[in-house]
Design a protein around this ligand. Structure first.
Ligand code: GDD
Ligand code: MG
Length: 318
């Protein structure tokens, strides 16, 4: 089976981090989120087409340098074609029933079980669905049994027909890609899924975990969630509190790290307290208390900053 992963978005909600690094290459628990997704695919997925636009070269260079044990190609768009247009643009590179992912999702979805349902129902498309309290930031599916009878993309609060959201993973038959006009900007959610509701689209609700890591808050939450599943690292210079992951080459002296904290490669910390934060490669601080923050690659925090907090608006406050 072959897969398309959509990674051409600008990652606007994660600026300024995404000005220098594409969202797909931002690490989650020290592994770039897209590499994590590619490695987690079932063995039957032998080829992956990455639909790229923004910072396409950085994504291509990354996958040229790592071995993900399957063929990975990049398919660029001269202009962003939207989620549907990007999928259509990959058509000549893939065949058969296709697995499609939004590139900013981590989840416990069992793709094999979803494929089993897809085959059993004979659906044109099957969408993984996840239940949330407030669906207004997402695509919303209305179900009758497993059949999707209505689809709304980002409905106004109160307008949503259910609490089951589009989890950003699809199994699609080739006919669905054929429905998308080539070379046009098309939103698969707004223009294709709405059309296919009641006409062959099915839903696959699942449990476990699911996070779209596309905002500062959800990026921190995705890191924290992975820390619950992956080993907490000890480090000679750090007193670790709760869940934390510290890159082996980080230089840490006299510091307290954790809970829910990821320290990236080449980070240096002296006399710091770091809580509920992610420090990306090469960030450094001395004498600082860092809470609820994402420090970008190479960011140096001024000496003795008593407290830094990432506000809901995405700004650092001292
Ligand atoms: N190649 C390409 N070209 N990729 C794109 C483009 C484009 O023009 N536009 C967006 N993408 C990629 C993004 O990089 C991301 O991986 C994915 O498509 C989804 O775009 P987002 O911008 O993250 O969308 P969203 O989070 O607001 O909404 C989508 O995901 C939700 C689940 O997280 C929709 O699919 C919703 O229906 C869904 O609920
Ligand atoms: Mg998203």
């Amino acid at each position: 089976m072959e897969a398309i992963i959509l990674v051409g978005g600008f990652g606007t909600r994660l600026r300024p981090l995404t000005l220098a690094t594409p969202k797909a290459l931002l690490p989650l628990a020290n592994v770039p989120m897209l590499e994590r997704l590619v490695r987690s695919l079932p063995e039957r997925v032998t080829k992956v087409a990455l639909a790229v636009h923004h910072q396409a070269d950085a994504i291509a260079a990354h996958f040229a340098a790592v071995d993900c044990e399957r063929m990975v190609i990049t398919v660029p768009e001269p202009e962003p074609l939207g989620t549907g247009g990007a999928m259509r643009n990959c058509r000549d590179h893939i065949s058969g029933t296709t697995l499609v992912f939004n590139g900013d999702i981590i989840s416990s979805l069992n793709v094999e079980a979803m494929l089993e349902q897809h085959r059993a129902t004979g659906a044109l498309g099957t969408l993984a669905l996840w239940e949330v309290a407030d669906p207004s930031r997402y695509g919303v599916a209305e179900l009758d049994g497993n059949a999707i009878i209505g689809f709304q993309e980002k409905p106004a609060p109160g307008e949503e027909k259910s609490n089951l959201i589009n989890a950003g993973t699809y199994l699609l038959e080739p006919q669905v890609l054929e429905m998308i006009p080539a070379g046009h900007k098309v939103s698969v959610e707004r223009e294709i899924f709405t059309q296919l509701a009641s006409a062959g689209l099915h839903g696959f609700p699942f449990g476990g975990y699911w996070i779209d890591a596309g905002t500062p808050e959800s990026y921190l939450a995705a890191n924290a969630m992975l820390l619950e599943r992956e080993a907490t690292a000890a480090h000679p210079g750090a007193s670790v509190r709760g869940n934390a992951l510290i890159a082996a080459d980080a230089e840490i002296t006299s510091s307290i790290v954790g809970p829910d904290t990821v320290i990236g490669t080449g980070v240096s910390l002296d006399k710091c307290v770091v809580r509920r934060s992610v420090l990306l490669a090469g960030a450094s601080a001395t004498g600082a208390v860092i809470e609820d923050c994402i420090l970008g690659p190479g960011v140096a925090v001024g000496d003795d900053c008593s407290r830094m907090v990432l506000t809901a608006e995405g700004e650092l406050r001292f």
